[in-house]
Design a protein around this ligand. Structure first.
Ligand code: UDP
Length: 381
């Protein structure tokens, strides 16, 4: 089909980062008319990514306020994104990952009998409560998508085990590696892009930097308090500087500010834009994180990451040895971090660069598959 009209729908920082390479490739390719609908599920943090990439959305679904419950959020997204689809009338809808926006976007497309392409398909923890509600969001998308772009062979196998039609499943690599290559090249050309992190490196000049992120919904409450406690204990060491860009969600901000503000070797900072965060990932001696994306990026850079979650749908980094699941018990987090700080051999064993999540060419593969897709080639709706 000439000029296939693709509507890409997303609303959070990680989706934006992982979709930038695809949006750039779609925008440059004459086979497509690329349209963009954003939901602003993450307001400020989404804008940070779009502005670095120079991307302007065509449709903006305004959500009344942040902090909506999941039912209100999903209902508002479904209605808002559905209205955008009625106005855009795309030939195909692209969603990424597992957010409420991705799930509602897929459902709205399904209700309009528009075929759906799912980027980063097939991730499974096997536990519907971890990550919550993302594990179920992914499964919902998988049941209605016409094209499944699995980042790894394992992810493709998970889809096949759920009886997804094999002809619709493609192993493409994860576009997060494309994004990391892109941002690394941007920083090399324009070092000032990562100036915030460069300043913190000066502040912590004779210390080893530990990067921290935390945001997962299932860690809100007790989990966040425990993570704050672990960071406070690590901050008692004089040889470390902790860089912690704090997620905008009040469920994260509250406990972190209460427990960590004012500690001299903890830099509790506003969320980093992608260039600064990429520099943190590359500079840190180790990362403590409950993030999905960080589990994929850190192995590619050879930075050890302690994953503050009970389960992961990204086992490849664990198997490659660069990531380790440590849960949210503060004693365990501190013990594992200190082992890596004090035992050079243990750290070196983890700090090897691997690319289990792709070779940086995922977007190109996805674009070619989108161009070649025909309705009869799959069990499309
Ligand atoms: N990230 C960022 N700035 C930050 C923290 C994270 O740009 O201050 C990036 C990070 O590199 C990764 C993505 O955001 O690509 C991960 O987002 P998040 O942890 O919010 O979500 P998840 O990956 O767990 O869905």
């Amino acid at each position: 089909m000439a000029n296939r009209r693709i509507l890409t729908v997303f609303g959070t920082r990680p989706e934006a980062i992982k979709l930038v390479p695809l949006l750039r490739a779609l925008g440059e390719d004459e086979r497509f008319q690329s349209r963009i609908c954003v939901s602003r599920q993450h307001r400020g943090m989404l804008d940070q990514v779009l502005s670095v990439a120079g991307i302007t959305p065509d449709r903006d679904v305004e959500l009344e306020r942040s902090g909506l419950g999941l039912d209100q959020l999903t209902a508002a997204l479904l209605t808002g994104v559905g209205a955008a689809m009625d106005a855009e009338r795309p030939d195909m809808v692209v969603v990424q990952g597992d957010t409420a926006t991705a799930m509602a976007g897929a459902l709205a497309a399904y209700y309009r009998k528009i075929p759906i392409a799912h980027v980063e398909a097939g991730l499974r923890s096997g536990d519907i409560h971890h990550p919550w509600p993302e594990e179920v969001n992914r499964r919902i998308i998988a049941t209605i998508a016409a094209l499944h772009f699995a980042p790894t062979r394992k992810a493709a196998e998970a889809l096949l085990a759920e009886n997804v039609a094999p002809a619709t499943v493609h192993v493409t690599g994860n576009t997060v590696i494309d994004a990391l290559h892109w941002i690394t090249a941007c920083i090399a050309q324009q070092p000032h892009l990562a100036a915030r992190m460069a300043n913190l490196e000066e502040r912590f000049a004779r210390r080893r930097i530990i990067g921290v992120t935390a945001h997962r919904r299932e860690n809100w409450g007790e989990g966040m308090d425990a993570i704050a406690d672990a960071v406070a204990r690590l901050a008692q060491r004089p040889d470390v500087g902790i860089v912690f860009p704090v997620h905008l969600n009040p469920a994260v901000r509250g406990p972190m500010e209460q427990r960590l503000a004012g500690l001299s070797n903890v830099a509790l900072v506003e969320p980093f834009d992608y260039p600064n965060f990429a520099r943190l990932l590359a500079t840190a001696t180790l990362m403590l994180s409950d993030s999905g994306g960080v589990q994929e990026e850190a192995p590619a850079l050879g930075t050890p990451v302690l994953v503050m979650r009970e389960t992961t749908e990204r086992p490849e980094g664990i198997e490659a040895g660069t990531a380790r699941l440590v849960g949210t018990d503060p004693h365990r987090i501190v013990a594992e971090a200190e082992r890596l700080l004090d035992d050079e051999a243990a750290r070196t064993a983890m700090a090897r660069a691997h690319n289990p999540y792709g070779d940086g060419k995922a977007a190109k593969r996805i674009v070619d598959l989108l161009a070649g897709w025909a309705p009869n080639a799959s069990s499309a709706p």
